[in-house]
Ligand binder design. Structure first.
Ligand SMILES: Cc1cc2nc3c(=O)[nH]c(=O)nc-3n(C[C@H](O)[C@H](O)[C@H](O)COP(=O)(O)OP(=O)(O)OC[C@H]3O[C@@H](n4cnc5c(N)ncnc54)[C@H](O)[C@@H]3O)c2cc1C
Length: 319
């Protein structure tokens, strides 16, 4: 049996987690899921459609919001009870953080960002991204249980034909106050109900070249195209946009149909987060910018004049 840690936010399923579920299903063993938090049951209900037989919900009133070590403790406790051959999660910041705790608690190695996994009886062959995807590592993990995350967008979430609803089973993990030392204690802003960056089909992304006050047309274009706004780390470091919008090695990894990179140079760490875009358009004043070697289409020009013209054209085309 393979156990998959499935993330959610107050009952809203993290769609990327379904990629890890499908990666587990492809390994040919029964798949069970573990979700952590008081509101998890509603998210758990959907998992049967993707091949999960049983969804274990760690119910504790203190677990309404994300608490990484507590989540790791809950998953580790379940590993002790169920003895799965592997524990997977999607390699989102949260998935990697929770599995790192699981590995530490169980004293097992953790392989992050895998793009392929095959199960053996006492060892596991994996391929994974290292150094922001610039190095592809083939490795053999020797462990009684594989703890591994799947690189975002390396696997496709696939419903399983004829599957039955998952059985939802609650359990109460034994948590100490220390397990809850790191937890969300307040939520402000964000959560505006827009399209999630990681799942967006269109991402309009801005870098230093957009400037602090230049994101209005990006928001407008993203809205017109049903997409999300992203940005580079320079932008989040300067406090122009929230970290939740950062694309890249230390931000969100996206795989949209269309990525529009505005005033972004194309540093390795940024490309690590957007190289899976199906089509990339770069808008940049510098024809020699690195991003040009990744872009399918390049517009050489000042983003403050190019983008409003695109917004006008899209608005006209839609009306
Ligand atoms: C460990 C580590 C992790 C990192 N993680 C990330 C990450 O996750 N994501 C990330 O993005 N970066 C990350 N970085 C930072 C990364 O190395 C770059 O510094 C950053 O991506 C550069 O951001 P930028 O392209 O917006 O800015 P710049 O590199 O300064 O590029 C600005 C671009 O805008 C163009 N430009 C200027 N004015 C205009 C205009 N008016 N119109 C059009 N174009 C214009 C310029 O020609 C230039 O190409 C990381 C770095 C490290 C060391």
């Amino acid at each position: 049996m393979i156990l998959v840690y499935v993330d959610h936010d107050r009952g809203t399923l993290d769609e990327l987690s379904l990629q890890a579920v499908s990666a587990a299903v492809a390994l040919g063993q029964p798949v069970e899921a573990v979700l952590v938090g008081a509101d998890a049951a509603s998210a758990a209900a959907r998992l049967g459609e993707f091949g999960v037989t049983t969804a274990h919900v760690a119910a504790d009133p203190r677990l309404t919001d994300y608490a990484p070590q507590a989540a790791g403790r809950a998953v580790a406790e379940l590993v002790g009870t169920l003895s799965p051959s592997a524990v997977l999660a999607v390699g989102s910041p949260r998935g990697n953080e929770v599995l790192a705790h699981v590995g530490a608690i169980l004293d097992l190695p953790f392989a992050a960002d895998c793009t392929s996994i095959s199960l053996g009886s006492s060892s596991f062959d994996i391929t994974r991204n290292r150094w922001a995807g610039n190095v592809i590592e083939n490795a053999v993990v020797h462990a009684p249980t594989l703890i591994a995350s799947t690189a975002p967008h390396a696997f496709t979430a696939e419903p399983v034909a004829g599957s039955a609803p998952a059985t939802v089973q609650e359990f109460t993990p034994a948590l100490t106050d220390a397990d809850l030392a790191v937890r969300i204690i307040d939520r402000t802003g964000g959560g505006g109900g827009g399209v999630g960056l990681a799942e967006a089909k269109v991402v309009v992304s801005g870098g230093r070249g957009v400037g602090e006050s230049g994101f209005g047309p990006l928001e407008e274009l993203a809205g017109l195209l049903g997409g999300a706004v992203g940005c580079s780390r320079v932008v989040t470091s300067a406090g122009w946009r929230p970290h939740a919008e950062q694309v890249g090695q230390t931000g969100t990894k996206v795989a949209p149909d269309l990525y529009i990179a505005c005033g972004i140079s194309g540093a390795t760490q940024h490309i690590a987060g957007c190289k899976n875009a199906k089509t990339m358009i770069a808008i940049n004043t510098d024809p020699e910018a690195t991003i040009m070697s990744y872009a399918d289409y390049a517009i050489i020009g000042d983003v403050s004049t190019v983008l409003p013209a695109i917004v006008d054209a899209v608005r006209a085309a839609k009306s």
